[in-house]
Ligand binder design. Structure first.
Ligand SMILES: [Zn+2]
Length: 379
């Protein structure tokens, strides 16, 4: 598995770093133009043909010239693999890609970078968590690094890698229902569920939405600048919330014996929901389902916990106790079975059903847990 750690350089040689980034960017654009004009995207061939030119024309050190070709080839490869053949990549942002132990490394607690002029060492700042978890732990191995500039500060984004722990056995499905009003987690066999309310995130996003709309209507230059700033801030906030939720979910899961996290496939949710109000639709369309899923996947990967996705079928309508399916069981946030009078929070019911879907899929129904396929009765 891979993670990125951001290091902020202290007292950088601004002019020199900027120059390096600009040369690197221009060299990337140059190679890209050559490919546009018919050069092959084979690394070896590009290297044989353009390596010397890159070094002389853009004053690049040896390793950097190779990195330029690798970066451009990588961009073209990924465009081809995603079928975006007509896309013409442009390299606008000045940045440099470094290779560990070739043109960047750690020496005596400093980070050492090869610029177009010489090799330099910088002091750096990073979060205490990043330092402890990734840099001090020798299990994480350094890889490439990317130098960027933001608001006059220089950041080195380094990639660290560690072997993914082997997946643990799975026996207890933990169903995860991602909703808007509440995000719920439940396990089968039943234990007290975990419910995380989305209230504060909803109101925060509504507030930001209103503010954005006002600024968009204004349309001045400063309004646009503020909009950009707000967009970044909101993104960071949402990401932070999602990470906290992921942490809670994993803590909940680890209390069970051999847990497996079960998600429902939400691919179609945006198309399916039509009848809601305009405000509800807006919330649904921009709700960070995917960000949350990714955050949970990442944490599960670190712990070696298996994750799976099941197809949602009647997860919000089926009664977990008797298996009857009906739309009438659900009244807003409350679920009450009309047949057996089973009652629970609607989101918890959905999460329980998701966990059960996994049990059915793998045909491993524990004694005492009613089978869902046999008692399906659509009323
Ligand atoms: Zn029932």
């Amino acid at each position: 598995m891979q993670r990125t750690v951001s290091l902020k350089l202290v007292n950088p040689q601004v002019h020199e770093l900027r120059q390096t980034m600009i040369y690197f960017r221009d060299a990337c654009q140059y190679i890209s133009n050559c490919i546009q004009q018919g050069a092959s995207i084979n690394r070896g061939r590009l290297q044989r043909r353009y390596y010397r030119g890159l070094r002389e024309q853009f004053h690049l050190p040896s390793q950097m010239a190779q990195s330029v070709i690798r970066v451009v080839v990588g961009v073209y490869r990924s465009l081809r693999s995603t079928q975006k053949l007509k896309c013409i990549p442009t390299f606008r942002r000045p940045q440099v890609q470094f290779q560990y132990n070739r043109d960047w490394s750690f020496t005596k607690g400093l980070v050492s970078l090869r610029t177009v002029i010489t090799r330099r060492r910088f002091r750096f700042i990073t979060g205490g968590h990043q330092q402890q978890k990734y840099l001090d732990d020798t299990a994480w191995v350094c890889g490439g690094a990317r130098l960027i500039e933001r608001k006059g500060c220089f950041y080195l984004h380094i990639t660290v890698e560690k072997e993914t722990p082997p997946l643990k056995k799975s026996a207890t499905p933990i169903g995860i229902d991602r909703g808007i009003r509440a995000f719920a987690v439940a396990r089968v066999p039943e234990a007290a569920p975990l419910i995380i309310r989305g209230g504060s995130l909803i109101s925060y996003r509504e507030k930001m939405w209103r503010l954005r709309r006002r600024l968009q209507a204004k349309g001045t230059r400063s309004a646009r600048r503020l909009l950009r700033h707000l967009r970044h801030r909101e993104k960071r906030f949402v990401l932070d919330v999602c990470r906290c939720v992921a942490k809670m979910v994993l803590q909940y899961a680890q209390r069970s014996n051999q847990p497996i996290l079960v998600f429902e496939n939400l691919a179609g949710i945006r198309g399916r929901v039509r009848t809601r109000s305009k405000k509800n639709r807006r919330q649904l369309h921009s709700w960070p389902f995917l960000i949350l899923k990714k955050a949970i996947f990442k944490k599960a990967e670190e712990l070696g916990l298996p994750v799976t996705i099941v197809d949602p079928a009647y997860t919000s309508q089926r009664c977990p106790a008797c298996g009857t399916i009906s739309k009438r069981h659900r009244r807003r946030n409350n679920y009450r079975c009309q047949r057996c009078k089973y009652q629970n929070n609607a989101d918890v019911v959905a999460a329980t059903n998701i966990a059960w879907l996994w049990l059915n899929d793998v045909d491993r129904i524990e004694p005492g847990v009613p089978s869902t396929t046999q008692t399906y009765r659509v009323s």
